[in-house]
Every structure is written in C-alpha cells, then in structure tokens.
Design a binder for this molecule. Structure first.
Ligand SMILES: [Zn+2]
Length: 170
C-alpha cells in the first residue's frame, strides 16, 4: 500500500513539467528556467528541517551553514539537503524572485518575467553576504556591470590625465 502511494506520487511528479533545472553557474551550480516564466508566479519552495532561529544564529556566527533561511525569529529552515532545489538559487543584487513566508513555509515568487535559460536569482541580504561571501564581495551580474562601469570611468580619467600631462610637456 505504501509502495503504491509512493509510485503514484513519483509518476505524478514525472508528468508535471519542471519550470527549472540545476545547471552550471558562474559560482558552482545555479537554478535555470527551462521555459519562459511570467512575473508574480510562485516558483519554488525552500524546503528543509525547521530549527529554532536562536540555534540558527549560533550556527551563522560560526559561518557553518550558508543554507539557513530565517522564517521569523522563532523558526529557520535548514535547507542544506540536496533535495531542496531552491538552495541552488544564487544571490543577485538585482534578483528576479523574492522570498515570502506563509504559515511557516518559504516560497520564492518571480518579480519579473524570466526568459527560458535565464538564471533564477534572489537577494539574500547584507547579513548573508557579509557572512558567506569572500573578500571579492558580490560577483552577481549587476555588481559586475557596476564594477565594469567604474573601471571604465577610471580608465577614462587616467587617459584624460595622461593627455593633459602630454599637453603640459609640449
Ligand atoms: Zn551583487
């Protein structure tokens, strides 16, 4: 009986088209849209064991588990299990999903249209970045574009400086 139930559930899952897949991202693995996804859609649940938030903060202090997702000051989800596909969603400062908690569950909802093949991202917030990002800081597309722009401005300034130096020489 239990086996039949499991089999039925597995078949059901197979028939349901997946909106995302795990794939290679800039930093390890990421989650990518397999179809165009509209804005405002509940996309994926962040699943895992619920632990007391007090305990989770203690673990964070040791930087021991980057998959802790706080629901509120009572409960936190430990989403480190590989079965939790939402753990593959990488951080972006310009994300295409937002997390919302509803009765102790944590769901990611799209905040704009996501094109097929696009990486699914979420803003994990300053505290997470401070704890778990390396000295290079954030490497998301938005930050890389900002850094490129800053580097270009710097380069332009350096060129202007060199040009004016040459003029002085003459
Ligand atoms: Zn960023």
């Amino acid at each position: 009986m239990a086996k039949a139930t499991v089999r039925a559930r597995q078949t059901g899952q197979k028939d349901k088209p997946k909106l995302y897949r795990v794939g290679r991202a800039r930093t390890g693995l990421g989650l990518f849209a397999t179809v165009d996804i509209p804005s405002g859609k509940l996309l994926i649940e962040y699943t895992g064991t619920r632990i007391p938030t007090r305990e989770a903060r203690e673990i964070d202090r040791r930087r021991a588990n980057k998959y802790l997702f706080e629901i509120d000051n009572r409960f936190t989800i430990d989403g480190s299990a590989r079965s939790n596909l939402a753990r593959y969603v990488n951080h972006s400062c310009d994300p295409n999903t937002e997390a919302e908690s509803n009765r102790g569950r944590m769901m990611f909802r799209t905040v704009r249209k996501i094109a097929q093949g696009e990486e699914i991202t979420l803003d994990y917030g300053e505290e997470h970045m401070e704890l778990y990002f390396g000295p290079a800081g954030c490497l998301c597309d938005a930050c890389k574009a900002a850094k490129r722009k800053a580097a270009k401005i710097k380069l332009k300034k350096a060129r202007v400086k060199r040009a004016s130096a040459r003029r002085v020489d003459r």
